[in-house]
Design a protein around this ligand. Sequence first.
Ligand code: PSU
Ligand code: MN
Length: 308
Amino acid sequence: MNNLKVQLSEEVAKALKSGAPVVALESTIISHGMPYPQNFEMALAVEDKVRAHGAIPATIAIIGGVLRAGLSRDEIESFAKKGLQITKVSRRDIPVIVAQKKDGATTVASTMIIAELAGISVFATGGIGGVHRGAETTMDISADLEELAQTSVAVICAGAKSILDIGLTLEYLETKGVPVLGYQTSELPAFYTRESGFKVDAKMDSAEQVAEVLRAKWDLGLKGGVIVANPVPAQYSLDFKDMERVIQNALQEMDQKGIKGKDSTPFLLGKVKELTAGKSLETNIQLVLNNAQVAAEIAVAYATHQKI
Ligand code: PSU
Ligand code: MN
């Protein structure tokens, strides 16, 4: 079954038709975010987690130029195995990939676009893109932020990684009118760590509270996304000062090598992985699973609201 622009899996189509909760998942995190086979195992485990908490997972990608929501196990494996050979696709890349009938791994921005076209309101990921350190000279600001400004999807993430300038990222989101909610925290988490030193706009105690905020925003016609920042579980969090040192080293090397543009995020993520001797990979996997659970709970609460 299809809607006009996005090809839905049978399961996702059925869920959307009946108003059942659905959680969108991105594919850049699979192809560009982690090595094989951990990326494949993670993608399947995340789908299982969403199901275990009462929602239907919809992994999003572009395959052969077709926007897709809900992939088969083989398709997920192919994205996991091909890794960096699959083009990372943000908003600006969609037309080229579609016109040339290619495969694309979707970022937060493009996953939001496809989710909205499909009618999916809740999306779980690891971390969002943001304003990069030094953006005042490089102008490197992720398209994820512009998408959050205009596309009505809630993004459940573990905050923004401190490869970014978290303070400037929050300023940008404020300018663009994007609520940044803390899930059971009043501090914005920084992906690997539960703390960042920055406050969120509002602390949410439950999935129901988040669902009420989504309903209030969208029922009022206030278009755009919402960030739900969910801290990594304490037992998997890494040390804030250690991470800061690792990131400083990675940024220095990126400068020396002259890496910029869309390559900077994957480079920095790869470097962090290398410099933390793989410890960050386990943390990354665990925080995505944790986000999938909270996203499923929010999707369930939001779907229930919608039916009343
Ligand atoms: N941050 C992470 N892991 C990721 C990404 C960001 O911790 O995998 C990916 C997401 O897909 C995000 C994208 O949308 O990188 C942002 O890339 P850019 O900064 O080039 O917009
Ligand atoms: Mn960028």
